[in-house]
Design a protein around this ligand. Structure first.
Ligand code: UFG
Length: 324
């Protein structure tokens, strides 16, 4: 298939491009390189452009025939979204709207969307399945939920087929070490833990030690990047046989606290991870753990990286020689 990968220069998008290529598909990455990396696009074609540029999108769809679109281009920092909601609504909502309109004009009718656990807001109880109410608590989560609703309405009115995949905490890297996670600034836990292992001067900040969790630090469900990408491949197949807009939660179903991640990283790296206790980071729910039963049953999804140490090992392999 010919797949348009919006945001293919980013962390998740670049791993998707690699996996699509290995599965025999042809990819075109469309990316404005605002947070992505040219060096991360090692497969397929790269077209530099912005989803806010409607003329560029029209040109892209006029020049090439796509069988499906995967959409990873988004601003994705919760704190930033609270401080700069306009940038989030513009980029994540208007940008996606432009993309869907370009698809509609070109008659492209399959769409895989990077959604987020952030659409659920504060969990009411236990592991989060698809029945859980979607009530975001920050503008980032709102933008993702607005797009899910757009997809529902485009399915009903225009027959657009879509799968929204709600990621919990994406982690790890390409096991070959060619691509990996590289944000600037880096706000995510696992890269920051590994940076502290590499350079003790980069002491890790642990945000909040007084949450209602077993050790007081926040609990998250870390899911390997290749397992996430595998679900996108399955979503392509799912849309061949299913009309409508579908949503699936993606996680391992097991939560790890920040202190547990630090201990596991010390085991994997053989280094002591220096850290300091800091104030809570605004907007962090205490616990986010997925129930991914629906993805397993309906997509046939089977995560391969079920041990946190395996996830950390691939991330460590990347961070030790980080190429970009
Ligand atoms: N944390 C630290 N120190 C750090 C970085 C993070 O203590 O240096 C803590 C955070 O406060 C949080 C936990 O580690 O308690 C995990 O934080 P991340 O930033 O790695 O991940 P989040 O759970 O905040 O965010 C992720 C995605 C978001 C998404 C969110 C909810 O990055 O895009 O999950 O789905 F919105």
């Amino acid at each position: 298939m010919n797949i348009l990968v919006c945001g293919g220069a980013g962390y998740i998008g670049s791993h998707m491009v690699k996996m699509l290529t290995e599965a025999g598909h042809h990819t075109t990455t469309f990316d404005n390189l605002s947070t992505g990396h040219r060096l991360a696009v090692q497969w397929g074609e790269l077209v530099i452009g912005d989803l806010l540029d409607e003329a560029a999108l029209r040109g892209l769809f006029a020049e090439r025939r796509f069988d499906a679109v995967m959409h990873f281009s988004a601003k994705s920092l919760v704190g930033e979204s609270v401080a700069q909601p306009a940038a989030y609504y513009r980029n994540n909502v208007i940008g996606t709207f432009n993309l869907l309109e370009a698809m509609r004009a070109a008659g492209v009718s399959c769409f895989v969307f990077s959604s987020s656990a952030a659409t659920f807001g504060n969990p009411v109880a236990g592991r989060i399945d698809e029945q859980h109410p979607q009530a975001p608590i920050n503008p980032y989560g709102e933008t993702k939920l607005i797009v899910e609703r757009m997809l529902r309405d485009y399915a009903a009115a225009y027959g657009l087929r879509s799968v929204s995949l709600r990621y919990f905490n994406a982690a790890g890297a390409d096991p070959a070490g060619h691509i990996g996670e590289a944000h600037d600034p880096e706000t995510h836990l696992i890269p920051n833990v590994l940076k502290a292992a590499l350079d003790p001067a980069k002491q890790l900040k642990v945000f909040g030690q007084d949450y209602a969790t077993p050790d007081g630090t926040c609990v998250r469900d870390y899911i390997h990047i290749n397992d996430l990408c595998q679900a996108h491949l399955l979503a392509l197949g799912h849309m061949e046989h299913h009309q409508g807009a579908h949503g699936f939660n993606l996680g391992n179903g097991q939560g790890f606290s920040i202190l547990e991640i630090i201990r596991a990283a010390e085991q994997v790296t053989g280094q002591k991870i220096p850290y300091q206790a800091c104030e809570r980071r605004p907007g962090d729910p205490p616990t986010l753990v997925a129930d991914a039963t629906r993805a397993r049953q309906q997509l046939g999804w089977q995560p391969q990286y079920t041990e946190i140490t395996e996830i950390l090992r691939t991330a460590w392999h990347w961070h030790r020689k980080q190429l970009y």
